[in-house]
Design a protein around this ligand. Structure first.
Ligand code: NAD
Ligand code: UDP
Length: 314
């Protein structure tokens, strides 16, 4: 049945793919975004659909929208963007989530919260299950985001316990794909842009640190399934691809898939950069019957094709 759905952060990378899918599924979609890291171009093609509207609004200001579901994604996600103005990042994680929860409570909507694998910090348990409480430095440069998202989770379960608000806490692991911003600063977009421009590929540290990369369409499918499953609000869910690889391997794959002759250069590792990360997705498999379908090489190819249309050699 068609629903009225609010997507905060809907003009961003993941948000725009989510909006596109929800419109295609026949829902009425309202996209709220302040365009800090998002772009109009990401959603331009949806504006003529008749079931999609865009509201330029900062979630740090209160809002009430009549709707059935809220996907709350508004927040800068890349370390360079969220560390630029750390106080604002915490505000967005905490105040923005508070406003989304207040809206959900007021109108009786179900709220999906985009939490993150960063709540596990530099994990002492591997792979990470939802029962692991994490290893986060509360005063490091990533704290504004990591602790902000941890507080967002705490707010969500508190609203659920105190007011019966219906929430879904998704812990999203590294996601990549078309429409990532070319200046986003995250590893896949950096490497692809560098390779296409023939610039040096910048590996931070020795490149042996690991991540597990999920293609955006897999993530969107999981998010929609999670939103629509009946489950207790205090059941966070890891959403990510358990295929783990080193950053050095990503550099090699991007180099090969682009046919680039870029050299690889090594730069210092950012403070508190997690050494390894891989989601245990047993709970997602059992609860929403989900398994990522897009292999890394295929996802990288599609991402490279998208960037190739936007980024030329320098
Ligand atoms: P993104 O930066 O492309 O999208 C974030 C969107 O939120 C942008 O459109 C931005 O303009 C908007 N925004 C930021 N602050 C806002 C504010 N105060 N008011 C209104 N809009 C605001 O990043 P993304 O990768 O699409 O991430 C979306 C969500 O998913 C974020 O909450 C992020 O923390 C979470 N997440 C993403 C990843 C990932 O790998 N992409 C991993 C874990 C969690
Ligand atoms: N990274 C890198 N070169 C880059 C950008 C990132 O080697 O140009 C590394 C970064 O240090 C980290 C990993 O790639 O170890 C993933 O970084 P990203 O910022 O994409 O995500 P996060 O650290 O938040 O998982």
């Amino acid at each position: 049945m068609a629903k009225r759905i609010l997507v905060t952060g809907g003009a961003g990378f993941i948000g725009s793919h989510l909006c596109e899918r929800l419109v295609a599924d026949g829902h009425e979609v309202m996209c709220m975004d302040n365009l800090f890291t998002g772009r109009r171009e990401n959603i331009q093609h949806l504006l003529g659909s008749g079931t999609f509207e865009f509201d330029r609004h900062d979630v740090n200001q209160p809002f009430v929208i009549e709707c059935d579901q809220i996907f709350h994604l508004a927040c800068p996600a890349s370390p360079i963007h969220y560390q630029r103005n750390p106080v604002r990042t915490i505000r967005t994680c905490v105040e923005g989530t508070l406003h989304a929860l207040e809206c959900a409570r007021e109108v009786g909507a179900r709220l999906f919260i985009a939490s993150t694998s960063e709540i596990y910090g530099d994990p002492a348990e591997h792979p990470q299950t939802e029962t692991y409480w994490g290893n986060v430095n509360p005063i490091g440069p990533r704290a504004c985001y990591d602790e902000g998202k941890r507080c967002a989770e705490a707010l969500a379960v508190s609203f659920a316990r105190q007011y019966g608000t219906d929430v879904r806490i998704a812990r999203i692991f590294n996601t990549y794909g078309p429409r990532m911003h070319e200046n986003d600063g995250r590893v896949v977009s950096n490497f692809v842009v560098q390779a296409l421009r023939g610039e040096a590929i910048t590996i931070y540290g020795d490149g042996k640190q690991t991540r597990s990369f999920c293609y955006v369409s897999d993530l969107v499918e999981a998010a929609i399934r999670f939103m629509n499953v009946d489950v207790d609000s205090a059941t966070p869910l890891n959403l990510g691809n358990p295929h783990e690889c080193t950053i050095g391997e990503i550099a090699t794959m991007v180099g090969e898939l682009t046919g680039s002759r870029s050299e690889v250069v090594y730069r210092s590792l950012p403070v508190d950069d997690p050494v390894r990360r891989r989601p245990d997705i047993s709970r997602a498999r059992a609860l929403i019957g989900w398994e990522p379908a897009v292999a890394l090489a295929d996802g990288l190819r599609r991402t490279i094709d998208d960037f190739a249309g936007r980024v030329g050699p320098t």
